[in-house]
Design a protein around this ligand. Structure first.
Ligand code: PAF
Length: 279
């Protein structure tokens, strides 16, 4: 395994790397990331995993400063999965030499919905850094988790709209035994909050079952979830939404490929999750 910190070294390596599979991450890897690595490593001659905590996608007051930076541990985890992987770990100056990124990639209106309504500018930051990473790594294929369903949608539509020659592979959400979606932010939860957190997946599963059984009043189902989470002491429920999984538009009764998305705060930690299904 090789760690590369500079764009010039990565570009040099890329010249003879053949078909490249790519997993962009912000580091602090967990089993969910490892699933992405396992999916990606068979899809190319070479694998690149980037580790970069991207300031541009964090809002004011969010957890940019305390986001865990665990390069040595991350590199060891990647090496255990793929001994000839390249870890691309640029510092901020390398990726943002002007401090303020001058050109930004502006996603369409979906960037202001769902998570975007609560994290203004977040998807612009994601689309911009992913474009920069794609331009540097020049992957043939890149893997993204379905846990960040809206992010996956933004990246897929960006790649299509900007004619980027990259295959985007969605990877299923990794879950703990009790159903909690794996996330670096789970590490912020207290022991008590950690016990409560799987409630999100429990609700998503119940909503899915209700819809499969014929329920079509998505707003009523969502209102029940909001009420339950409030009673149980969750701080904020940002949204509970049933959407068309192909377009991310609000689901109609004739849509049969759906995704139910949820975002809520437990203590100081904002958790997101979703279930995608066909009926
Ligand atoms: O999903 C993430 O970890 C980040 O949003 C990404 C795609 C690496 C961009 O910073």
């Amino acid at each position: 395994m090789r760690i590369i910190h500079t764009i010039s070294e990565l570009r040099e390596w890329r010249k003879s790397a053949g078909r490249v599979a790519f997993v962009p991450t912000m580091g602090n890897l967990h089993a969910g990331h490892i699933a992405l690595v396992r999916e990606a490593k068979h899809r190319g001659d070479a694998l690149v995993v980037s580790l970069f905590v991207n300031r541009l996608q964090f809002g004011q007051g969010e957890d940019f400063d305390r986001y865990p930076r665990t390069l040595d541990n991350d590199a060891a985890l990647i090496a255990a999965e793929c001994d000839n992987a390249v870890v691309f770990a640029p510092d901020e100056k390398e990726l943002y030499p002007h401090v303020i990124q001058q050109y930004k990639v502006e996603p369409p209106a979906i960037q202001d919905e769902l998570c975007g309504a609560f994290r203004p500018g977040h998807f612009r930051g994601v689309a911009t850094v992913v474009t920069k990473l794609f331009n540097i790594v020049q992957p043939d294929v890149a893997c993204f988790g379905k846990k960040d369903f809206q992010q996956l949608f933004v990246i897929q539509s960006m790649v299509a709209d900007l004619n980027m020659p990259i295959e985007i592979v969605p990877v299923d959400t990794g879950r703990a035994d009790d159903g909690l979606a794996l996330s670096s932010r789970n590490g912020y939860l207290s022991a008590e909050e950690r016990k409560e957190a799987p409630r999100l997946y429990w609700h998503l599963s119940r909503m899915k079952q209700a819809i499969e059984a014929g329920e079509r009043d998505y707003a009523r189902l969502a209102a029940e979830v909001v009420m339950d989470l409030r009673i149980r002491g969750w701080n904020e429920v940002d949204y509970v939404e049933t959407r068309n999984a192909d377009t991310l538009k609000p689901a109609t009764h004739t849509d049969h490929h759906l995704v139910i998305l949820i975002a809520a705060r437990l203590g100081h930690t904002r958790l997101i999750d979703n279930v995608e299904f066909r009926y």
